[in-house]
Design a protein around this ligand. Structure first.
Ligand SMILES: [Zn+2]
Length: 694
């Protein structure tokens, strides 16, 4: 999937095992620390293979997910402030408690180093709820004043530029920034991308079924509410909300779909600065760039030219007053979570409660930990790594990565459908992959970010502007291969096709995912599968279009390419049959890369495990054979409960399939699974048409 750290950090495709847990997102727990629980110095132990998580009354050959995870699902209802709950989420929650301890100590310490001052004061400014509430909307008054002072369309562009520097979401019309040149992955170039929407995806505006219409109406009510909180009368707020809906719908209709954006050629349009400006001549690009002040550049990539043509039409179709209101709303929407309760709650009520099904707002301290991680993640991450990621753990997980890579080499050599010429290129690419484990070799330097105890929103803004500026300053620079897109405590992993690297932060290499106390079988099933998943992304429908250097360059013979496409089509067809929620099917094309990675990853993990343990005599444990324990370990990585509202959103926005499909969809394609549980042809967990890509 695509991960976005800041508005202006764009990757062509960055694919991970999960959606990154939104660190400002929704979390709480039933069986991990309650509100007010004491902060800890380490993570609680949760075994990677857990018999109590199973439902042994289920038949593994009928519904393996229920068999491996049914006990967990029953014992772990979704906490009221979350929209889904899973073993990954539990670990994330455990991380929050650990990070809280680090932050509370940093906030209270007398003789602090510069890093502790920044993270401690940031956290303290956030937990000072009384002060945040006392300030109301005053922290965004300078931005609102700047918008109010705009007298002409010409004056709009520089204000947009300055506000975009403070926006992490790309909500203000569009997103400027830097990307790796798709044709020269060692070089950073300027980039423009679509954006400008408040709802989670362009499809929310374009669909006209009953549920979509209801969501549109509720969103408009939310926008109206925000205008009243900004001080507009009821009548004015209603009219403004209607305008915002109309403006965003026009932009949404011209936006690329997520499925389209999986095609790297559809988002590659390199042009001169003048050509980019000509897409939207109604916007004053000269004063925009002057205000944004990036390093000098001549070439720019415009990911979605049609979007900018529509923006141009919208700029003449809508009045200046409407555009000013559009900016006012989005500034309030972007900053709502950092402001007083009235705004934060309105934002929660619509996005988390109505749209995703959460029942309660997350406890403040949890939100605050998330904000620090998001704002100063590589400062907070240093202490986290010291506590939970020993050199031994790094060495053992790196060894597992190398085992999985060895299995991939074996698989490539054995493929019966691929020609020797393409195989050779695939091996070149495999050997060029960089393995990044745990944390960056060089920490980001936040010394220029001003953090003060009493001004939370200003701290957030300073951190965002720092990140925006850091991204912009990459333009014209060589690529830094040491950079990470997620922070060390993040419970996720990713492959980046332009960097051609796999990245496993310390947060994802902890029990119950990687369990140093457990034997290889469940560890390979779980973390081995995750490593294989990321590795396979280098060769999924999207990643396979990039070469060993990360350049968008075809290295396939035409015949092999056709065979590859036929094999991925099998996976597309398989998952398109699955139902996510109600009568809504999965989008087989949107989820194709992740499904291919899930399948390939588990096949690689199985081969690697068999090889790693070939000299050992493996005995049954708890009544399960080593092979059974491998597959149960695999399934238990993703024991999860998901709210129907959240599933409905994920079908549109999430390139990953829901948990049950991610587990059962893989095992039905693995004869080794059928062998391990003595499943027979014709049973639900044995596919009559086995898909196999890698
Ligand atoms: Zn993935």
């Amino acid at each position: 999937m695509k991960i976005r750290i800041a508005l202006i950090s764009f990757a062509f495709g960055c694919t991970c095992i999960l959606y990154t847990f939104p660190l400002a997102g929704q979390s709480a727990t039933t069986n991990s620390p309650q509100e007010g629980a004491a902060a800890t110095n380490g993570l609680p132990y949760r075994p990677s293979f857990d018999v109590t998580a199973m439902d042994k009354s289920a038949d593994p050959c009928v519904d393996f997910y229920q068999y491996a995870c049914g006990g967990w699902k029953k014992a772990n209802p979704i906490p009221p402030d979350r929209t889904s709950w899973s073993r990954y989420a539990q670990l994330y929650e455990d991380n929050l408690v650990l990070l809280r301890g680090i932050l509370e100590r940093a906030a209270a310490a007398k003789d602090r180093d510069a890093v502790d001052q920044k993270i401690g004061d940031f956290y303290a400014s956030c937990t000072n709820e009384a002060e945040v509430n006392r300030k109301g909307i005053s922290p965004i008054k300078p931005q609102l004043d700047a918008i109010a002072a705009v007298k002409s369309m010409r004056e709009l562009a520089p204000v947009v530029a300055r506000l975009q520097l403070e926006d992490v979401r790309g909500e203000l019309m569009f997103g400027p920034g830097s990307i790796q040149d798709p044709d020269n992955s060692e070089q950073q170039i300027a980039n423009l991308d679509q954006g400008g929407l408040g709802l989670p995806d362009r499809d929310y505006y374009t669909k006209d079924d009953a549920k979509s219409k209801e969501i549109q109406a509720r969103y408009q009510q939310y926008v109206e509410k925000m205008f009243t909180l900004l001080g507009d009368s009821a009548v004015v707020a209603k009219a403004n909300a209607e305008s915002i809906m109309r403006m965003e719908t026009a932009l949404a209709k011209a936006s690329q779909t997520r499925t389209e954006r999986r095609d790297p050629y559809k988002i590659k349009h390199k042009m001169t600065r003048a050509e980019a400006a000509a897409l939207a001549p109604n916007f004053d690009w000269d004063s925009f760039w002057k205000a944004l002040n990036p390093p000098a550049f001549q070439t720019i990539n415009v990911m979605s030219p049609d979007f900018f043509k529509q923006l141009n039409s919208s700029l003449s179709a809508e009045s200046l007053a409407n555009w000013k209101n559009y900016l006012r709303f989005h500034i309030a929407n972007i900053y709502a979570g950092y402001l007083s309760d009235d705004l934060a709650n309105a934002h929660f009520e619509f996005f988390q409660k109505y749209l995703r099904g959460a029942q309660e707002q997350q406890a403040r301290w949890k939100r605050c930990v998330g904000f620090v991680d998001r704002g100063l993640g590589e400062a907070l991450g240093q202490a986290y790594v010291r506590q939970v990621f020993s050199p031994e753990l790094k060495a053992s997980t790196l060894k597992m990565v190398e085992e999985i890579e060895k299995a991939m080499e074996l698989r490539i050599n054995e493929l019966d459908w691929m020609s020797p010429a393409t195989k050779q290129q695939a091996l070149v690419k495999l050997h060029a992959i960089r393995n990044k484990i745990g944390y960056p070799d060089r920490w980001r330097d936040y010394s220029s970010v001003v953090i003060a105890t009493g001004d939370f929103a200003a701290n957030v803004r300073n951190a965002i502007v720092f990140e925006s500026r850091r991204e912009l300053n990459k333009i014209g620079q060589p690529v830094d291969h040491g950079e990470w897109q997620i922070t060390p405590p993040t419970v996720d992993a990713y492959y980046d096709p332009q960097m051609n690297d796999i990245n496993f932060p310390a947060g994802v290499l902890q029990p119950p995912l990687y369990d140093a106390k457990m034997d290889d079988a469940p560890n390979y099933g779980d973390t081995g599968g995750t490593i294989g998943h990321e590795l396979t992304h280098a060769f999924d429908d999207e990643g396979s279009q990039f070469d060993a250097h990360g350049n968008l360059k075809n290295w396939w013979t035409p015949d092999d390419e056709k065979k590859f496409e036929a094999r991925t089509q099998c996976v597309d067809d398989q998952y398109s049959q699955y139902i996510a929620v109600d009568d809504i099917h999965l989008n087989g094309k949107l989820t194709l890369g992740e499904n291919v990675a899930d399948l390939g990853g588990e096949i690689l993990a199985y081969i690697a495990w068999k090889d790693a343990d070939k000299d050992q005599k493996l005995e049954p444990v708890d009544g399960f054979t080593p092979e059974q324990r491998f597959f149960i370990g695999f399934a238990q990585w993703d024991c999860a409960n998901e709210r129907p509202e959240q599933l409905r959103e994920w079908v549109v926005t999430n390139p990953h399939s829901p948990a049950k499909s991610r587990i059962n969809g893989v095992v039905v394609n693995m004869p080794d699974f059928a062998g391990a549980f003595s499943c027979k042809a014709g049973q639900p967990m044995v596919s009559s048409k086995v898909c196999k890509v890698w």
